[in-house]
Design a protein. Structure first.
Length: 316
């Protein structure tokens, strides 16, 4: 197949590129590199099945030749990024998704939207299942991302109903692994790098809010399986193993051998109190369940972050 991946130089997008290239497909990566990194895909540049286009999909997209799939991975995805680039985040979720859908329609390609568990907001239903409509503050500081993804889902299904575009939608829960930027701002890279530097781990509130962490390989497997089935409704992909942020901080201290202390800061506005996927649909439709235990995945991820650090900063 010939596949366009928007946001393909990002953390998750680049792992998807690896998977598809390994399967022998032709992959066109489109990224404006605002939060992506060309280093994530440069190992493919000598491969004739790989092509990179530097472009912001909020502007009109042109791709010569046929396409079988348009996979839309493009968007800032961490609070530190989308609060720095709120308008760009809204534009890529709205205009970018519109442009990507228009390209899929013009090419007769299937369309895949990577949505997020953030469409559930600060949920009143736990665990979160796909029929839950969410509890989102439409004007809060996180709304630029939450509402951009909610709009992206809405326009995806409008194109499906009005134009017959064959669509897939995945709602991604907290994902970690190699290539997640050191300064990404999300809890996994933040805690790991604070621990490796023997700096205090910053826990917001009392650390009793919960998250569910999945390793990136499990997510990519779920996405790949969803591409292979004829199912148009949203599908949660996440690890149902739930832990508090404080428990997670203690796990990172144990795995890194760090002597860092834990310090507490005020809870950010609209920070979700709970997050855990109901994976029943993924299990039934895709035969998918996460395979990588949190501790095993964190060990792999910690090793990667160690390799990104100057030797003088590594723990002895």
């Amino acid at each position: 197949m010939r596949i366009l991946i928007t946001g393909g130089a990002g953390f998750i997008g680049s792992h998807m590129v690896d998977r598809l290239i390994a399967e022998g497909h032709q992959v066109v990566v489109m990224d404006n590199l605002v939060t992506g990194d060309l280093a994530n895909v440069t190992h493919h540049r000598s491969n004739p099945n790989f092509e990179f286009i530097h472009h912001d999909i909020s502007n009109h997209i042109h791709i010569a030749g046929p396409l079988d799939w348009v996979l839309n991975f493009a968007s800032p995805a961490s609070p530190i990024d989308y609060m720095e680039f709120p308008i760009q985040t809204l534009k890529v979720g709205a205009l970018g998704t519109h442009n990507a859908l228009g390209l899929a329609k013009a090419k007769g390609a299937k369309f895949f939207l990577t949505s997020t568990s953030e469409v559930y907001g600060d949920p009143l239903v736990h665990p979160q299942h796909e029929e839950y409509w969410g509890n989102v503050n439409p004007i809060g500081p996180r709304s630029c991302y939450d509402e951009a993804k909610r709009f992206a889902e809405a326009i995806t299904y409008a194109y499906h109903r009005a134009h017959g575009v064959d669509v897939r939608v995945v709602r991604i829960f907290n994902t970690y692994g190699p290539r997640n930027r050191v300064n990404d701002g999300r809890v996994v890279p933040t805690f790991i790098n604070q621990a490796l530097r023997n700096e205090p781990l910053t826990v917001f509130g009392e650390g009793q809010q919960t998250r569910s962490f999945q390793y990136v390989d499990d997510l990519i497997e779920g996405i790949r399986r969803l591409m292979e089935v004829s199912f148009n409704n949203p599908v949660n992909i996440g690890n149902p193993t739930e832990m508090t942020i404080l428990e997670f901080a203690r796990l990172i201290l144990k795995l890194t051998g760090s002597e860092s202390e834990v310090i507490y800061k005020p809870l950010p506005q609209d920070d979700p109190k709970t997050r855990r996927p109901d994976n029943s649909r993924a299990k039934d439709i895709l035969g998918w369940e996460p395979r990588v235990a949190v501790e095993d995945g964190m060990k792999r991820t910690i090793d990667w972050y160690r390799g990104q650090m100057p030797p003088t900063l590594e723990l002895g």
